[in-house]
Ligand binder design. Structure first.
Ligand code: UT7
Length: 318
C-alpha cells in the first residue's frame, strides 16, 4: 500500500518585523488589545520587490535540503495561496522555474485561503496514495500585507507574510493517515477581498466580519476533531502535537480544550508570525521540527478555517 510521508519541511519569513507598537502609529489600536484579543505580538512584512513565488522558493529550498533530494525528482508542485504573483501562470509554475525543475512535473495553485495548505496536502496525498506521483512539493505562501487596508484596525493588526513547505515522499507506512476538506460558500461575505478579474474596480482589501468568523471557527474546529479521529483507531490521547492554523490564540485554546490537551502540546507561532493564511501550518510545522519538539514517529493533528468558508484537517505521523 502507498502512503504519503513528510520527508522534509522548510519555512521562510521576510526579514522585516513589524511589532504591535508600529501599528499603534497607523491606527487606533494598542499592543495590549492586539495581544489580549489575538495573542499576536509581531508579524513579518515582505519587501516591496518581494513576491509570493520568491518566498515559496526560499521555503522550498529548506524542505528540499532537509529531505536530501534533488529538486528534479519532484513530480508534483502545489502552491496554496490567495496572493499569487500573477493572475497566470500559477505561482506553482513560477516556483518551478525558480527551482529549475524541467522534468515536466505537474504544477498548479490551490485557493482555499487559510485552509489552503490542508487542501494542497490532501490533494498531494491522493496523488501519492493512488501511485500516480512519487514526490510532491506542497507549499503554503501568502503575502497578506499587499491586500491589507492599513487604515482598517479590524484587519491590519491580524495578518503577516510568509511561506512554509513540505516534501511528501511515497512510503509503505503512513505518513498521512487521513485528511478532511470542507467548504460552505454561503458564508463567503464574512471574509473576502471584493475585487477580482470580474470586478476590477471593487475594494481590493481583506474585509472580515471578525465575530462571525470567530464563532464559526471555534465550532468547526470543535466538530472536526471527532470527525477526523473517527474510523482511524486513534484517540485524542494518541496525538502528540496540535499544529493548528494560527489566526487567534483564543480559537486555538478552544481546540486544545476539546482535544483535552495542554497548551504545551501546541506548536504556537501566532505571537511571532501573526496570521500568515496558507503559510501558517507549514511554518508552525517547520518551527516544531527544527527546534526538536516534533520528532519522527510523533502523531500530529493539523486543522484550519479560512475564507469561503473553507475548513479541514490532517492526521499525520511525522
Ligand atoms: O484565518 C481565518 C480568518 N480569521 C480569523 O480566524 C479571525 C477570527 N476573528 C477574530 O480573531 C476576532 O473576532 C478578532 C480578533 C478579529 C476581533 O476580536 P473580538 O474579540 O471578536 O473583538 P470585536 O470584533 O468584538 O471587537 C471588540 C471591540 C470593538 O469595539 P466596540 O464596538 O466594543 O466599542 C471593536 O471596534 O474592539 C474594537 N476593535 C479594536 N480595538 C482596538 C476592533 N479591532 C480593534 C483593534 N484595536 N485593532
Amino acid at each position: 500500500m502507498n502512503y504519503a510521508r513528510v520527508i522534509g519541511c522548510g519555512g521562510y519569513l521576510p526579514e522585516r518585523v513589524m511589532p504591535n507598537s508600529e501599528l499603534e502609529d497607523l491606527v487606533d489600536t494598542s499592543d495590549d488589545w492586539i495581544r489580549t484579543r489575538t495573542g499576536i505580538r509581531q508579524r513579518h512584512i515582505a519587501r516591496e520587490d518581494e513576491t509570493t513565488s520568491e518566498m515559496a522558493c526560499n521555503a522550498a529550498l529548506g524542505a528540499i535540503d532537509m529531505a536530501g533530494i534533488e529538486a528534479g525528482s519532484i513530480d508534483l508542485i502545489i502552491v496554496a495561496t490567495s496572493t499569487p504573483d500573477l493572475i497566470y501562470p500559477s505561482t506553482a509554475c513560477l516556483l518551478q522555474k525558480r527551482l529549475g525543475i524541467r522534468n515536466g512535473a505537474a504544477a498548479f495553485d490551490v485557493q482555499a485561503v487559510c485552509s489552503g495548505f490542508i487542501y494542497a496536502l490532501s490533494i498531494a496525498d491522493q496523488f501519492i496514495r493512488s501511485g500516480t506521483m512519487r514526490r510532491a512539493l506542497v507549499i503554503g505562501a501568502d503575502m497578506n500585507s499587499r491586500i491589507l487596508d492599513w487604515t482598517d484596525r479590524t484587519t491590519c493588526v491580524l495578518f503577516g507574510d510568509g511561506a512554509g513547505a513540505v516534501i511528501l515522499g511515497r512510503s509503505d507506512e503512513p505518513g498521512i493517515y487521513k485528511t478532511l476538506l470542507h467548504a460552505d460558500g454561503s458564508y463567503s461575505e464574512h471574509l473576502q477581498v471584493p475585487s477580482g478579474v470580474s470586478n476590477p474596480t471593487a475594494d481590493p482589501y481583506i474585509r472580515m466580519h471578525g465575530n462571525e468568523v470567530f464563532r464559526f471557527a471555534v465550532q468547526a474546529m470543535d466538530e472536526i476533531v471527532d470527525e477526523t479521529l473517527a474510523d482511524t483507531g486513534f484517540t485524542r490521547k494518541d496525538i502528540n502535537w496540535l499544529v493548528p492554523h494560527q489566526a487567534n490564540l483564543r480559537i486555538i485554546s478552544a481546540t486544545v480544550k476539546k482535544l483535552g490537551m495542554s497548551m504545551d502540546d501546541v506548536i504556537l507561532t501566532v505571537a511571532e508570525h501573526g496570521n500568515t493564511s496558507a503559510a501558517s501550518i507549514p511554518l508552525a510545522l517547520n518551527t516544531g521540527v527544527r527546534d526538536g519538539r516534533i520528532r519522527q514517529g510523533d502523531t500530529l493533528f493539523m486543522e484550519a478555517v479560512g475564507g469561503g468558508f473553507t475548513w479541514g484537517s490532517a492526521l499525520i505521523r511525522y
